[in-house]
Every structure is written in structure tokens, then in C-alpha cells.
Design a protein around this ligand. Structure first.
Ligand code: CP
Length: 317
């Protein structure tokens, strides 16, 4: 695997999950792959899980790791070509990228959507510039429209906890005080659509995701109806995708918060969320602290999804 930005890059999902479970059972078996190899992780946005789990995965593989928080201590970066750089941005990304590439063997990039310009966000300008100009394999640590390391970890978690061959998985919108990108729900939908699970998306009117991500999923506007018989409840907030409201908050209706009454409609479902989560906005304390909440094993699987991706990239060098 050269680059990892979406579900297609990982190939057949059954093989990817099998490899993930093998890696999880023996995570130090591939240390030879990373010897004298350097991973550079570049963050344009904050992170807890992605940063720690990816660094741990790289260390499991014997790699050296460099982390750059672009907004803390680096030169302010210009990303637009053709701009007269007479403002506060001292360096252009088009020089910075190949320089960064010269210090490492693999690059991970986190660069969220700006939520101001849909076309710009959906063309994935930042990560595509890294792919084009770094000369190195590049993987997404959450880009503008997708978060594939998260979705892969979500899939591994569902495979570990499912008790039915074809579980019902419901992704539900839930309220949040600030506008969030569509990357996690887009990506989760993309990965669920690549399985044969019974996959349902529920959200208020106005929160429709891009059709290419909704795919074959059933969309149900009545959250309670959607949750009936669910085996997994995946809660997430996202801002509006559809014009003219792209990137806007249309509702903070706490009637969409996942609580014990909603979970009682399910088939004793497991509760999932990518974290960080706003308690009593997205989900109540009772639900996230319940024995059916699997948010911690889900986060722990971020180490495994990152390790499979890095392992495959190292094997291709
Ligand atoms: N889920 C996730 O990507 O967490 P961080 O934003 O903390 O990395």
C-alpha cells in the first residue's frame, strides 16, 4: 500500500480485519519492518487518540517518530498558490512539504475541513498536496472528508463484539455546541457500506450527508424508529453538508441525545463514539458509562488500525 486515505486503499475488509486481529495478538512481531525508518506525523489540528495511538503503532513496528504541530512553533504556512505572501505566513506549503519529506520515510497528516468552502474541502487539497509533493507514502490521520484510521478501528471493534453475522448498525446524529466536519460520519458510512451489515443513518432534516457517502445505507429521519432492534449505536455530530447551509449548525436539539430510553429501543446494542465526546449533549453519562458502552476498546483499536496501515506501507517500501 502506497497511500491510505479511504476504504479502497485497504483492499478486502475481511483480510484487513484478519490481519488486524493477528497484529493485535502479537503486536511486536514486525519490529524488523520499521528499523531505521522514520514516521513524521503532521498535525494541522488537535488530537489525543490519533497522535498517541499512531505513535504507539509506529513504535510497535520499530520506527522512529517525529511529530510536528504546525500551529505550535512552526512557521505559519500559506496553502494557496499565487498568493502574495506579504502577511503573517512565512512559509509556503509547497516548499515545506518536500522539506518534511526529506527527513522521513512515511508521512501521516491531519488536516480538517475549514467548513467555509465545500468545494475546497471536498477536493482534499492539503492531503493531496502531501501525496503529490512529499515523495513519500502518505496516510490520513483525518482529512477534510474522511477519517479512515477511525473507521477501520470501528470496523475491527464491531467484528470483535458482534454476536450476529449481519448486525444492525445505526449511525445517529446527535447535538453539539460547535460546527464539526463530516469526516467521521462520511468515513464510517463508507466503511459500513463496504460490509454487508444492515446499516442505517438517522439525523434531523437538513443534515443529509453527501450521496457518495450515504451510498446504499437506509436513511431514517425518526431516530427512535431507526434505533429499533439495533445491535450497535454509533453516535456522532456533524454540521450540514447541503447548500446553502454547508458547515452550519441547524439544530442543537437535545431530543437527539442518546439516552437510556433510546438505548432501550435497541436489541441491547453496544454504544460507540469515536471520542472526544460531549457528555449530555451527544450521550448521557448513564449510557457512556454503561456496560454496553465500548468506546474505550474502540479507542484502543486505533493502535491496531494504525499498525496495520503502517505495516502495509513499510512492506511496500
Ligand atoms: N477519534 C479521534 O480521532 O480522536 P482525536 O481527535 O483525539 O485524535
Amino acid at each position: 500500500m502506497r497511500n491510505f486515505t479511504n476504504v479502497k486503499d485497504i483492499g478486502p475488509l475481511d483480510l484487513a480485519v484478519k490481519e488486524a486481529l493477528e497484529v493485535k495478538a502479537n503486536r511486536f512481531a514486525y519490529q524488523h519492518l520499521g528499523k531505521n525508518k522514520t514516521l513524521m506525523m503532521i498535525f494541522f489540528n488537535s488530537s489525543l487518540r490519533t497522535r498517541l495511538s499512531t505513535q504507539k503503532a509506529a513504535m510497535n513496528l520499530g520506527m522512529n517518530v517525529i511529530v510536528l504541530d504546525v500551529n505550535q512553533g512552526a512557521w505559519k504556512l500559506e496553502t494557496e498558490r499565487g498568493v502574495i505572501m506579504d502577511g503573517d505566513k512565512a512559509e509556503h506549503l509547497l516548499e515545506a512539504i518536500p522539506v518534511m519529506g526529506s527527513y522521513c520515510d512515511v508521512i501521516g497528516v491531519r488536516a480538517f475541513a475549514g467548513l467555509k468552502n465545500k468545494a475546497e474541502d471536498y477536493e482534499e487539497r492539503v492531503i493531496n498536496q502531501f501525496i503529490r509533493y512529499s515523495g513519500r507514502p502518505v496516510f490520513s490521520m483525518e482529512a477534510a472528508t474522511r477519517h479512515p484510521l477511525q473507521s477501520f478501528a470501528d470496523l475491527i471493534t464491531i467484528e470483535e463484539f458482534k454476536t450476529k453475522e449481519r448486525p444492525k448498525v445505526v449511525m445517529t446524529w446527535a447535538p453539539h455546541p460547535s460546527a464539526l466536519p463530516q469526516a467521521v460520519p462520511n468515513s464510517f458510512a463508507e466503511w459500513m457500506n463496504a460490509t454487508d451489515y444492515d446499516f442505517v443513518i438517522t439525523h434531523p432534516h437538513g443534515y443529509e450527508l453527501a450521496p457518495e457517502f450515504v451510498g446504499k445505507a437506509r436513511v431514517e429521519y425518526d431516530q427512535r424508529k431507526a434505533l429499533e432492534g439495533a445491535d450497535f449505536v454509533y453516535a456522532k455530530n456533524w454540521s450540514a453538508f447541503a447548500d446553502p447551509n454547508y458547515g452550519k449548525i441547524l439544530s442543537k436539539d437535545r431530543d437527539w441525545t442518546v439516552d437510556t430510553e433510546k438505548m432501550a429501543l435497541t436489541d441491547n446494542a453496544f454504544f460507540m463514539h469515536c471520542l472526544p465526546v460531549r457528555r449530555n449533549m451527544i450521550v448521557t453519562d448513564d449510557v457512556i458509562e454503561s456496560e454496553r458502552s465500548i468506546v474505550i476498546p474502540e479507542a484502543a483499536n486505533r493502535e491496531i488500525s494504525a499498525q496495520v496501515v503502517l505495516k502495509r506501507i513499510l512492506e511496500s517500501l
